[in-house]
Write a protein that binds this ligand. Structure first.
Ligand code: FAD
Length: 501
């Protein structure tokens, strides 16, 4: 870093996604006199709007993409710098941006998010979806596609298989059931019929915070999603990464292929990708048995269950990799197994005065037995907010305790047009064999699962309009012994709310 330092700020935040912006807002309101810089690669920032605390730990909010000037107008102490951070020198407390400027910091918070894990490098037929531009590339390619293969079993894959129309979808999952990241085989069975019905047949209204952009709100169409620039196609080279999309990112986007069919999804269970190859490679390969369709698709995917499928393109929805590269070189950050920057219970990394929040970090404090990190919108907001509070507290020499939001995992989302609430160890994560499950299911209406350990409720999955979230959240937080109630807990004829009042 040979360039001259342009300016030193008390606080520098890297990343204009939910985590970074929330951190900036928190710092600026807590210490209005402090000089704060937000350095972000994209031209827009993400703003949380209509924040609503639904219960003690459940929260809902909208996300809007906005010009950064909105933030600067609100906080006169704030300077927004639109350039990607190229390198960090933790010893001299400086960052260098891609446009060659160097800024000093007293305290730094890295909120650079993540990018999709891709199945192979340098393959133009493999797409990842992360931000508005990559969603646009996906939509464009889909409009000419007759068959696509979606690989992955997390939230993005779940949303895609449900939303894509006019194109055959082959969905390759490594587990025995769909949606393994979020629920068990029983919940998967409950949801599967939704894939077989037409979208309109299951269009029950579902209230969930919605991802919008200013332009999209005005025009209601994808072509207005112009903000970020992170082309996630392989081989295209990484440009400046934009913020991750959020819930309902596909609202207002036509995800339609070239065929007339409504939805045609077939699931390949318990398989992984062995190989991806082009039609030429397929035809020249001595191992391939030639089938009539061979050579007619642009790309082929061979799965570990022995099946090979031709398709127009493959979507890699197998998770995200934290964006840590620019920060690692020359420094000695402790990095977790999932490649995130390790942070302690004050969101501090292993480097002095460097904090991290959101998708880029990995929570490495002694976690509450009812909380786990998942790279989700709500956690990005909570971490950004808490990191801001910790940074301020440290500057003001105040003590601060781990926030209550890290006590109980809670998440509201929507899958296959059903409201989904996940609480605590909703999938019995990390519990021994002595845990118990109680399930209540009404086909097409609701699926309720409770996880009990030692007679106490430790987790729940609520699909549909169950209205049970607040009561169950309380029961989990109270850790009341529920043994006397047994299966009555899920008796639909008992008003459980009154019962525990
Ligand atoms: P990001 O939002 O990724 O922001 C990172 C910021 O850092 C960006 O502004 C980027 O431009 C900037 N940046 C990166 N590198 C640099 C650099 N070197 N220098 C400067 N700036 C840099 N979560 C849910 O809870 N529910 C959902 O339904 C859901 N659906 C999703 C659907 C999709 C398609 C995707 C991709 C994600 C979804 N998520 C969902 C996850 C959620 O969007 C993320 O967890 C969350 O947005 C992470 O926020 P963040 O601020 O940590 O990172």
């Amino acid at each position: 870093m040979a360039c001259k330092k342009e300016k030193t700020f008390q606080f520098v935040i890297v990343g204009g996604g939910i985590a970074g912006v929330t951190c900036v807002e928190q710092l600026s309101s807590q210490i209005p006199s402090a000089g704060v810089a937000l350095i972000t690669a994209g031209p827009h920032i993400k703003a949380v709007t209509n924040y609503k605390q639904v219960s003690r730990t459940l929260e809902e909010f909208n996300v809007e993409e906005r010009p950064s000037s909105v933030l600067e107008e609100k906080f006169p102490n704030l300077t927004v710098i639109h350039s990607a951070v190229k390198s960090l020198n933790t010893q001299s407390h400086t960052v260098e941006t891609a446009d060659g400027r160097v800024f000093g910091y007293k305290k730094l918070c890295i909120c650079s998010g993540g990018r999709p894990k891709l199945l192979t490098q340098d393959n133009p037929y493999v797409l990842g979806i992360r931000d508005t531009d990559s969603a646009k590339v996906f939509q464009k390619q889909l409009s000419n596609a007759k068959r696509i293969v979606i690989v992955g079993n997390g939230g993005i894959a779940l949303e895609l298989v449900y939303e894509v129309e006019g194109c055959e979808v082959i969905w390759a999952v490594k587990d025995k059931a769909i949606g393994n990241t979020f629920f068990d085989a029983g919940a998967a069975q409950f949801l599967i019929p939704s894939l077989e019905s037409n979208k309109s047949e299951r269009a029950a209204p579902c209230k969930r915070p919605r991802y919008t952009t200013e332009e999209a709100a005005a025009a209601g169409a994808l072509q207005t999603f112009t903000a970020d620039r992170h082309l996630q196609r392989q081989g295209s080279g990484v440009t400046e990464p934009g913020s991750a999309l959020g819930p309902d990112w596909h609202e207002g986007i036509v995800l339609r292929g070239a065929e007339q069919v409504s939805r045609r999804v077939s699931v390949e269970y318990e398989c992984e990708v062995e190989k991806i190859f082009t039609s030429e490679e397929l035809l020249n390969s001595p191992q391939q048995t030639l089938r009539p369709e061979n050579g007619t698709w642009p790309v082929y995917i061979q799965l570990s269950n022995g099946q090979t499928f031709g398709c127009d393109f493959v979507v890699s929805a197998i998770g995200v990799v934290p964006n840590t590269e620019p920060f690692l070189h020359g420094n000695s950050f402790a990095v977790a197994d999932d490649a995130g920057l390790k942070v302690d219970d004050h969101m501090v990394t292993s480097e002095p005065d460097v904090y991290a929040a959101g998708d880029v970090c990995t929570a490495c404090w002694e976690l509450s037995s009812l909380w786990q990190q998942m790279r989700l919108w709500t956690q990005a907001r909570q971490m950004g907010w808490y990191a801001g509070r910790c940074m301020a507290a440290h500057v003001l020499s105040e003590t601060i305790e781990l926030d209550f939001c890290f006590e109980l995992f809670s998440h509201i989302t929507k899958f296959f047009n059903y409201k989904v609430v996940l609480l605590g160890k909703f999938n019995a994560q990390g519990l021994g064999p002595d845990h118990e499950l109680l399930v209540r299911c009404t086909k097409g209406q609701e699926y309720v699962k409770v996880v009990l350990s030692g007679g106490k409720m430790v987790g729940a999955v609520l699909i549909g309009e169950t209205d049970l979230e607040e009561t169950f959240e309380n029961l989990i937080l109270n850790q009341m012994d529920l043994t006397p109630y047994g299966e009555e807990l899920l008796n639909p004829n008992i008003d459980i709310e009154d019962y525990f009042d």
